[in-house]
Ligand binder design. Structure first.
Ligand code: MG
Length: 341
C-alpha cells in the first residue's frame, strides 16, 4: 500500500489525582501511547493506546506493534474497514495499539468531512447518558474524602473485590445518597458474589460489573439468577464474538476500545448486543482525553457510560469530551475534536 499517511508515536506519562487501585492492584502513574497519523497536507489524526498488562500489552509492546502496523497504512483514511482487517491479519492481539491507529484514522476521516465523529456516524450528542465517576479501592477515610471531592457527579462507581467490601459500601452509603454502581473486577468467587447480592441490595447498588473471573460464564449466569440488579460482563467480553456465549448469563456488556481494538468493532459490538436484547455500557482505562473522547463519540448508542479515565487524571495533556457533573459533553469540532491543553 502507498505510505501517504505518516505514523508517529510517543509515550504519555499520566498521573492520577489519587492512587487508582482495583481488585488486582493499581498505581498513580500510568503510561499510554499517543499515536499521530499525518497526511500529505499536514493534517493530523490522533489516537491513544492504553496498554493493559491484564490484556498482555505494555507501552513498549504497543510501540513495537505500531511500528509494524505503520508499514500497512492505507493511502486513504476512509479505507477504515480494510485497514483494520489488514492490521489484525498482520499481528493478532495488541488491541490497544490497533485501536489507537483506528482512532487516528477516524479522526482524520471526520476532519476531512468537517464534522465531529459522532455526526459522521449519524448520532445525536444529546442522547449520551450521564457518566459515572469511579471511586477506587482505598482506606475508609480516603474513600469518604474522594466521595466528597466527587460531589458534582450524581452516579458513583465503586471498585470492590476485597475482604472489606461491606465496610467500603457502608462508608460510601454513610457519606452520600447518590446512585452507586459496583465493579468487582473478577475479585469474587460465585459463592462470594451470591452472598454479596443482598448486601448490594441493602446499600442500594444499581449495577454489578464482572463479579467473577472472565472465563466463568456459567458462574455469571448463576449469580444473575439470584440477582435483582443487572449483571454486566467486562473482562468476559472483549470483542463482538464474545457476546453470543454470554447471552442468558448476563444483562449487558461493557465495551472498551482498548479491549476491542477498533472503533468499527465497537459499533459491531453494540449491534450484536442489541440483537440479543443486552444492555450496552461503554467504559475506559486510565487514559487521556484522546481515548476518552474517541469512546465518548459512541456514547449516544449506549445505556451506561463510564468514561471518567481523564477526569481521574491530575495532568491530562488534552481537552476533548468532558463529564462535568456527570453530564457528558461531546466536542463540536471536526474529527475527535481533541486539542492540546
Ligand atoms: Mg470494569
Amino acid at each position: 500500500m502507498t505510505a501517504s499517511l505518516r505514523v508517529s508515536a510517543e509515550i504519555l506519562e499520566l498521573r492520577t489525582r489519587h492512587p487508582f487501585i482495583i481488585a488486582r492492584g493499581g498505581s498513580s502513574d500510568y503510561r499510554t501511547v499517543w499515536v499521530k497519523v499525518t497526511d500529505k497536507d499536514g493534517c493530523e489524526g490522533w489516537g491513544e493506546a492504553a496498554a493493559t498488562k491484564f490484556y498482555g500489552e505494555t507501552p513498549e509492546s504497543v510501540l513495537a506493534a505500531i511500528n509494524l502496523y505503520a508499514t500497512a497504512m492505507p493511502a486513504d483514511p476512509f479505507d477504515l474497514e480494510a485497514a483494520e482487517a489488514q492490521w489484525a491479519r498482520m499481528l493478532r492481539g495488541n488491541p490497544a495499539a490497533r485501536v489507537a491507529l483506528s482512532m487516528a484514522l477516524h479522526d482524520l476521516a471526520a476532519k476531512r468531512v468537517g464534522v465531529p465523529l459522532h455526526r459522521m456516524w449519524g448520532l445525536d450528542a444529546k442522547a449520551a447518558p450521564q457518566s459515572t465517576f469511579t471511586i477506587g479501592l482505598d482506606t475508609e477515610e480516603k474513600i469518604r474524602a474522594k466521595v466528597l471531592e466527587a460531589a458534582e457527579y450524581p452516579i458513583l462507581k465503586v471498585k470492590l473485590g476485597t475482604d472489606r467490601d461491606e465496610a467500603i459500601l457502608r462508608t460510601l452509603r454513610d457519606t452520600t445518597d447518590r446512585e452507586i454502581r459496583v465493579d468487582a473486577n473478577c475479585g469474587w468467587t460465585v459463592t462470594q458474589a451470591i452472598r454479596m447480592l443482598p448486601v448490594l441490595e441493602e446499600y442500594g447498588v444499581t449495577v454489578l460489573e464482572q463479579p467473577v473471573v472472565p472465563q466463568d460464564i456459567a458462574g455469571l449466569g448463576a449469580i444473575r439468577r439470584h440477582a435483582t440488579i443487572p449483571i454486566i460482563a467486562d473482562e468476559s467480553c472483549l470483542v463482538a464474538t464474545d457476546i453470543p456465549p454470554l447471552v442468558g448469563h448476563v444483562d449487558g456488556i461493557n465495551i472498551k476500545l482498548a479491549k476491542c481494538g477498533s472503533l468499527r468493532e465497537a459499533i459491531r459490538m453494540v449491534a450484536v448486543a442489541r440483537a440479543h436484547h443486552l444492555q450496552v455500557m461503554v467504559g475506559c482505562m486510565i487514559e487521556s482525553s484522546i481515548a476518552i473522547t474517541a469512546a465518548a463519540h459512541l456514547a449516544p448508542l449506549v445505556d451506561i457510560v463510564d468514561l471518567d479515565g481523564a477526569a481521574l487524571l491530575a495532568n491530562d495533556p488534552f481537552e476533548g469530551a468532558t463529564i462535568h457533573g456527570g453530564q457528558l459533553t461531546l466536542p463540536t469540532a471536526p474529527g475527535l475534536g481533541v486539542t492540546r491543553r
